[in-house]
Design a protein. Structure first.
Length: 306
């Protein structure tokens, strides 16, 4: 089993790997939530999974925002290595200025250097970086924002933090595109009698310390709606097969590791289960669907535009 379990993510990799999301003050000995190697490994699967159907309503809203002629300002929360910008910026027309938020200065630098330089129509894309705690957003912090984005973020927030987030977006009058939140459902083929047990323990692990885990999307949809936003949800599953064997193996190790951390009595069975599943993965015999949900919240724009 991996020594450091990252909720919803996978093993942290080598000791000392930098975290990409630090949501709140914590003990310095706490393991990182995400490792750079994990983010690099998952980026292609994330890009394939994100819900393209949410882009058209987002484009319409952005096109109708006041002051759009000068371009849009997009805040990317917990940007990590910048995969969200690499996916979204080339799919939107018009000049864009991205504000990248994270706690790790090394990763902020990497995200800025590796960011796209042009939009779908060839317009310019620029970036700036901000280091800080993204769990305490205020409308002032989002002043002038056209859009807030995040990926794999909601499930590591508490109910209070999600309400604060929704209130900040509503106060700033900007929409939010929040992708790849875990849904608490996993399907493995061929099936195994321990699949459901591991899944249940993993979901319980995700809910530790008041975090919402697989309940996050429902809570966020309610919070944004209560603050006057129109909310759209769309599935965004990972579909992992032989071509994603490296990602599948790392996901398996993190998934099973979290389950055992939650229920230590599972260790003996889980060790054998993991050995079998990794062997199936290496042989190209395993397929996994990890269900996620993308959320688009269209807050009422500041200034009364529709």
């Amino acid at each position: 089993m991996p020594g450091a379990v990252i909720p919803g993510a996978g093993p942290s990799g080598r000791p000392g790997a930098r975290p990409t999301v630090k949501l709140r003050e914590a003990d310095p000995e706490d393991p990182p939530r995400y490792a750079p190697e994990w983010l690099e490994l998952r980026e292609p699967a994330d890009a394939a999974a994100r819900a393209h159907d949410l882009l058209d309503p987002l484009r319409i809203r952005l096109a109708n925002l006041p002051g759009r002629s000068g371009g849009v300002v997009i805040h990317d929360l917990g940007c990590g290595t910048g995969s969200m910008g690499r996916w979204l910026a080339p799919r939107l027309d018009g000049a864009q200025h991205w504000v990248l938020h994270d706690r790790d200065p090394y990763l902020l630098h990497f995200a800025a250097v590796a960011s796209p330089r042009s939009a779908a129509d060839g317009s310019r894309v620029t970036v700036e970086t901000r280091r800080g705690d993204i769990a305490r957003l205020t409308p002032d912090a989002l002043h002038g924002a056209s859009l807030v984005t995040a990926s794999a973020l909601l499930d590591v927030l508490t109910r209070e933090e999600i309400d604060t987030f929704a209130a900040a977006c509503a106060g700033a009058g900007c929409p939010a595109l929040l992708t790849l939140s875990v849904a608490g459902r996993v399907e493995l083929t061929p099936p195994h009698p321990l699949d459901a047990v591991i899944a249940e323990a993993f979901n319980a692990h995700q809910r530790r310390d008041g975090l919402l885990g697989p309940d996050a999307v429902t809570v966020a949809a309610e919070a944004f709606s209560e603050h006057g936003a129109t909310v759209r949800l769309h599935p965004s599953p990972w579909r992992l097969g032989p071509d994603q064997a490296a990602l599948t193996e790392q996901w398996l190790r993190g998934w099973v590791g979290a389950a055992v951390e939650e229920r230590p009595e599972l260790r003996a069975e889980a060790d054998a289960y993991l050995t079998d599943r990794v062997a199936q993965c290496a042989a190209g015999e395993l397929r996994v669907t990890v269900h996620h949900v993308d959320l688009l919240a269209l807050s009422r724009p500041a200034g009364g535009a529709s």
